[in-house]
Ligand binder design. Structure first.
Ligand SMILES: Cc1cc2nc3c(=O)[nH]c(=O)nc-3n(C[C@H](O)[C@H](O)[C@H](O)COP(=O)(O)OP(=O)(O)OC[C@H]3O[C@@H](n4cnc5c(N)ncnc54)[C@H](O)[C@@H]3O)c2cc1C
Length: 444
């Protein structure tokens, strides 16, 4: 059996690895010049910069399981257990192993606001007990996907709670402010990740996709223009360095962004289009800044409330994430601009974007002034699938309509809560559907 995988991101490389392990002859067709998609790591001046996805968690069960199956589980290393949250240009550090102690006695929320959070715990517990907060299938949350995080906060809590607690926690998830993000994403974060251990892959986040795809044939710089079914299987057309090619295969995994999938799979357009209409890919800009000065503190991520810093959604201190990201004694920061700020800054020069990020960093860490030895800017045209409020009912409808026995399967992070785990999970699921179909096919 021969399978073609469209897209070499985490979804595509996970599908390709799983199919190859099951004995399929596999070829990946990728439009860009590299493997990894939004898992991208750049090496510069001794720093290792994750320009796209940055961290994993112990709750990423599919990602962890595949890493172990591929023999690279020991490359996943825990990040510092500390996180920071900013209030008044000061970083309050919380040790996540003592979340209740540090959270309750830390000075970033008033006592009244802290007591109000009991209602949040109740709402999340009720949704979880009804099975609605399954990260591997967030379509189960469709019945409560009815308001944004900001609207929920305003209805049930206070502006203070939204500004200093909900918003800074939500912004790193989809690099978007709380009025753009559905309440169910926030509930899922609290239900699935609050007590999880954060981690990253030694060598950079991109290396996982590269390791998964290392024994598989791959055509780079080859955008696929059509995937069609025919009597014997599938026909995949692309335009690559060797010209326009159409290759036949028994099966195909389409593992690109949803809008590309809609464009290239004409027969599936009516099935995929309603979900495409219910979400949009945000733009994001990431700015990495390296310094020979090691700043104080153990936090590997700093949560930034909009009211403190409207442009940056979050800040990673990469040297506290994994020791191979910065030379010894140095600091490496990655600032991720929020979706609307990324739109507004899209046309600015890299120098201006770095200067703006550095200006804010120096307010938090004044010792960085005049102490920068590396900067790198990455613009993501299609960063994260941002579901409209109510969009998870379309995810549910799509899940119900996809035939697991079909020769064309879909994979990608738009099929549940966005992130590396969903990409891996649905890549493996798409491959397993083809493997199961192949076995049925052989018996008949
Ligand atoms: C700035 C940023 C920060 C993030 N931070 C985190 C994080 O900390 N934790 C986390 O879990 N997730 C994070 N994510 C999300 C995570 O990176 C993605 O969810 C995941 O990598 C998506 O994988 P994928 O395979 O579904 O898609 P992609 O990685 O986008 O792969 C799709 C591939 O398909 C290719 N392609 C598209 N069209 C075609 C075509 N026509 N023909 C051939 N190939 C095509 C693309 O070039 C791409 O390589 C972040 C994302 C960004 C952008």
């Amino acid at each position: 059996m021969k399978a073609i995988v469209v897209g070499a991101g985490l979804a595509g490389s996970s599908a390709a690895f799983t199919l190859a392990r099951a004995g399929f002859q596999v070829k990946i067709i990728e439009s860009t010049g590299q493997i990894g998609g939004r898992a991208s790591t750049v090496s510069k001046n001794g720093y290792l910069i994750d320009t796209g996805c940055s961290a994993t968690t112990s709750a990423y069960t599919s990602y962890m399981a595949l890493a172990h199956e591929a023999g690279v589980g020991d490359l996943i290393v825990p990040a510092s257990p500390c996180v920071g949250i900013v209030r008044g240009n000061k970083v309050f550090e919380i040790d996540t192993r003592h979340m209740v102690r540090d959270g309750l006695f830390g000075g970033f929320l008033s006592l009244g606001a802290k007591l109000g959070l009991i209602r949040l715990v109740r709402d999340v517990a009720v949704a979880k007990s009804k099975g609605m907060l399954d990260f591997s299938d967030m379509s189960k949350a469709a019945p409560i996907d009815n308001e944004s995080v900001a609207d929920y906060a305003q209805r049930e809590f206070s502006a203070e709670i939204n500004d200093h607690f909900f918003d800074p926690l939500v912004r790193p998830m989809l690099l978007a402010n709380s009025h753009l993000v559905s309440k169910v994403e926030f509930f899922s974060l609290l239900a699935n990740y609050l007590d999880a251990e954060m981690s990253s892959m030694r060598g950079g986040q991109q290396s996982f996709a590269q390791l998964l795809a290392k024994d598989v044939a791959i055509e780079l710089n080859s955008p696929v223009s059509a995937v069609r079914r025919d009597a014997e299987g599938v026909a995949v057309s692309w335009s690559g360095p060797a010209g326009d090619i159409t290759e036949r295969a028994d099966a195909c995994v389409v593992a690109c962004h949803l809008d590309n999938a809609v464009d290239i799979c004409a027969e599936y357009r009516s099935l995929l289009q309603p979900l495409r209409d219910s979400m949009r890919y945000t733009r994001a800009i990431s700015v990495a800044i390296g310094s020979p000065v090691r700043v104080p503190g153990q936090s590997f991520v700093v949560f930034l409330p909009y009211c403190e810093e409207p442009h940056m959604a979050t800040l990673f201190l990469e040297h506290n994430k994994c020791d191979d990201r910065a030379p010894a004694g140095h600091s490496l920061f990655t600032a991720y601009l929020e979706a609307e700020a990324s739109e507004a800054s899209w046309g600015k020069s890299d120098d201006d974007i770095v200067a703006q990020a550095l200006d804010y960093l120096c307010r938090l860490y004044p010792m960085l002034r005049g102490q920068v030895d590396m900067a790198h800017v990455k613009r993501w045209e299609k960063a994260l699938p941002l579901m409209k409020v109510g969009g998870y009912s379309e995810v549910a409808r799509l899940h119900a309509s996809i035939d697991p026995a079909a020769r064309i399967q879909f994979a990608g992070d738009y099929l549940s809560g966005a992130g590396q785990n969903t990409a891996v999970d649905y890549g493996v699921k798409a491959a397993k559907n083809l493997i199961a179909h192949h076995r049925v096919h052989q018996r008949s």
